[in-house]
Design a protein around this ligand. Structure first.
Ligand SMILES: C[S@@+](CC[C@H](N)C(=O)[O-])C[C@H]1O[C@@H](n2cnc3c(N)ncnc32)[C@H](O)[C@@H]1O
Length: 343
C-alpha cells in the first residue's frame, strides 16, 4: 500500500504535487497534528471535518516554513494566517477581478418562490448566490453581517447558507415577514424599522455589511415595460408609499444625505477594519445623469476609506431603443459594488 502523503509543494511547471522526499511527509504529519492541537480555532470547519485528508503545503518545498493547508488540490491552499476570510489563495484571487457578470439563478428563484409563492414579490431583489460571494470574501464563519436595506432577505439567506450570523433591517412589513419566513433562525436579528434608527437597535459589533439602498426614486418614475408588466400582474411597483421609504424622496440631494446618514451611523457599529459593500447604480432623469454611485462613494469617503469598486454586469436584459433617433441614451446594465472600510 502506498504511504500517506502529507506534504505538497509547487513543481517547476507550477503544479501542486506531493514532495518526492519521504522524510518531509513524516515531519509534515507531526506539524499537522500540532496545528490541530494548538490552532484549532483558526481552522475553517471544512478542513476540521476532513482533517484526515488535509495536507501541509509550502510552495518552495520547505516543510518547516509551511503556513498553508490543502484539502482539494484544485481549489488551492488555505493560509492559516488569513485574517479576512476562509478562502484559499486561488479562490481569493478569483474574487479580486474588478468586474463580474451575474444573472439571477433559477435555483435562487425557486428557493424564493417556495416562500413567496410568486417569484417577484419584491421589485428589486438579489440572488443569495451573488451575495454569498461577497460574504465569503469579507467574513469568516460565525461573523456578523448586517443588511440595513434588507428587502426580502437575500443577504440573510446568504448568511444562513454560509454559516454567518445575519442581521437585517427592512421598513416594509410585507418584506420583513418574508425574511422571517426565509430565515427563521435569525428572527431575533431582523427589525421592521426605519434604518435611519440603526443606532437605536442595540445591534452587536458588525463584522461586515452588504446592502443595496433604493436607487433614489427610480421605481416611482419608471415608465417602461417593467412597471406595466408588474402592474398587470398586481405586483408591487415600488417598495411602499411610506414617507420613511427612502425610495419616495424626490429631491436628489436630500435622498443622498439620508442614505449616507445610515452608513455614517453604521460606521460606529462596525468592528475596526470591517468592510462594507454598497450596491448601487448611477441614475438618469430628464436626459441627465445623476452619478448616485459616485456621489455616495465621495460622501462616505469623508469617514470611511473608499477601497474599491467591483462592477456587476447583467448581460441577459434586452436592450431598449432609448434616445433613438434623436440623442444618446444608454441602457445601464451595470451596478457599482462600492467597497469601503473602517480603518
Ligand atoms: C434595493 S431594495 C433591497 C433588496 C434586497 N437587497 C433584496 O435582495 O431583497 C431596498 C429596500 O430598502 C427598503 N427601505 C427603503 N427605505 C427604508 C428605510 N428607511 N429603512 C429600512 N428599509 C428601507 C425598501 O423597502 C427595499 O426593500
Amino acid at each position: 500500500m502506498a504511504e500517506e502523503q502529507y506534504f505538497y509543494y509547487k513543481d517547476k511547471s507550477k503544479k501542486i504535487i506531493p514532495d518526492p522526499d519521504k522524510n518531509k511527509h513524516f515531519l509534515a504529519k507531526k506539524i499537522l497534528d500540532e496545528i490541530f492541537m494548538t490552532q484549532k480555532d483558526l481552522i475553517p470547519s471544512i478542513y476540521k471535518e476532513n482533517w484526515n485528508r488535509v495536507k501541509l503545503y509550502q510552495p518552495a518545498g520547505i516543510v518547516e516554513k509551511a503556513q498553508a493547508i490543502l484539502l482539494n488540490i484544485n481549489d488551492g491552499a488555505y493560509d492559516l494566517r488569513n485574517k479576512i476570510n476562509n478562502l484559499t489563495g486561488k479562490e481569493w484571487t478569483k474574487f479580486t477581478c474588478s468586474w463580474f457578470i451575474f444573472n439571477a439563478l433559477q435555483s435562487d428563484l425557486q428557493e424564493e418562490r417556495a416562500v413567496t409563492k410568486e417569484t417577484q414579490a419584491h421589485p428589486a431583489t438579489f440572488s443569495p448566490t451573488m451575495i454569498s460571494d461577497f460574504i465569503n470574501f469579507f467574513t469568516k464563519e460565525g461573523d456578523i453581517v448586517l443588511d440595513p436595506f434588507a428587502g426580502i432577505g437575500s443577504t440573510l439567506v446568504a448568511c444562513k447558507r454560509n454559516n454567518r450570523v445575519g442581521y437585517g433591517i427592512e421598513l416594509n412589513k410585507k418584506y420583513f415577514d418574508i425574511i422571517l419566513q426565509r430565515t427563521p433562525e435569525f428572527k431575533n436579528n431582523i427589525f421592521n424599522e426605519d434604518c435611519r434608527n440603526i443606532d437605536k437597535l442595540n445591534l452587536p459589533l458588525i463584522n461586515y455589511s452588504i446592502s443595496s439602498p433604493p436607487y433614489w426614486n427610480v421605481l416611482n418614475r419608471s415608465t417602461d415595460g417593467f412597471k406595466k408588466e408588474r402592474e398587470e400582474k398586481g405586483l408591487d411597483i415600488n417598495y411602499s408609499d411610506q414617507a420613511a421609504d427612502l425610495g419616495n424622496i424626490d429631491d436628489y440631494d436630500v435622498f443622498l444625505q439620508e442614505v449616507c446618514s445610515v452608513y455614517f451611523k453604521l460606521y460606529d457599529l462596525l468592528a475596526d477594519g470591517a468592510y462594507i459593500t454598497i450596491i448601487v447604480k448611477n441614475i438618469k432623469k430628464g436626459g441627465k445623469m445623476y452619478p448616485l454611485a459616485w456621489d455616495i462613494a465621495r460622501i462616505l469617503g469623508q469617514k470611511y476609506v473608499l477601497k474599491d469598486e467591483k462592477i456587476w454586469i447583467q448581460d441577459k436584459i434586452s436592450l431598449s431603443p432609448y434616445g433613438y433617433p434623436n440623442s444618446w441614451a444608454s441602457n445601464i446594465l451595470h451596478h457599482y459594488c462600492l467597497i469601503l472600510r473602517k480603518e
